[in-house]
Design a binder for this molecule. Sequence first.
Ligand code: NDP
Ligand code: MG
Ligand code: MG
Length: 329
Amino acid sequence: MVTMYYEKDVNRQVMEGKTIAVIGYGSQGHSQAQNLRDSGFNVIIGLRQGRSWKQAEEDGFEVYSVGEATSRADVVQILLPDEVQAKSYKEEIEPNLKKGAAIFFSHGFNIHFAQIQPPADVDVVMVAPKGPGHLVRRVYVEGFGVPALIAIEQDASGQAKEIGLAYASGIGATRAGVIETTFREETETDLFGEQAVLCGGTSELVKAGFETLVEAGYKPEVAYFECLHELKLIVDLMYEGGLEYMRYSISDTAEFGDYNTGKRIINENTKAEMKKVLAEIQDGTYAKNWILENQSNRAAFSARRRIEKEHQIEQVGKQLREMMAWIKK
Ligand code: NDP
Ligand code: MG
Ligand code: MG
């Protein structure tokens, strides 16, 4: 059975007199830092000179260089993009870590794949909200919280979990529930989910459906609505009440098609490929490729990003969304 933590399991005293440095002020950084501050914690921001620096100051935070913020903090939450964390850690964080400090992550990649190897005398903790940053902030302001995962990789202080739960409560997560996991489980399932289902799987499913209709002579605009736009309505229903509620809400004609056609599209071959994808995540092949890609200055990544932008569905979508002024940017 899974272990869950709630408000009643939190001892905020453990953070008394402590300073939290949130390193990075992007999607997760801005939301976690603001939630922690509103929860009464002492928060400072560590950044490079850049766009976020101004934003963090405008939001009323004390902003320091990454090294300076680290040297002032008891808890250092690293919310830089995963692919720059290792370098920043080596050059700015590690040399400035206070004795007995705790380092925090919101994703396990760099610890699990050994890109960051902290000294034995610090706590290494993950608190990973299960939602994008703007939602972490919005839901907190509304008085609730986005659920999170917690994992302890290293417990040097003997208090790592208490500190982790206090942090999780500060971002609002214990209002919803915090699930205990490991760095390995979070990293591997996160990578698999985004590649096979959420991002990779869904993007290709949408494109393949769109292309099939357009190649058969249907209007690209109509194909766009059917294969991309309406996906949100379906996913919202799943999010609210699972597959059953989605199927309850659609027509019986659509439900009959769901049962009869779905398995012809996502079949045993798809699942066999998913297993290979998972194996390559588990054995480090995917991580190695992504690290090397970054070291090569992202040659293949940049080319692919450009090619994807040129896809007809993106061109058509841009025009159609201009007609739909109610869709917020
Ligand atoms: P973002 O890309 O949104 O933010 C990055 C921040 O880091 C920006 O403030 C940027 O500042 C700063 N930054 C970038 N490079 C450097 C550098 N070399 N030195 C100092 N500051 C730098 O990151 P995310 O919030 O998306 O991701 C942070 C972590 O959270 C990752 O581990 C990610 O896996 C995890 N996570 C993210 C989720 C999400 O919804 N996005 C969900 C759950 C976990 P500048 O303006 O100067 O570029
Ligand atoms: Mg991810
Ligand atoms: Mg329809």
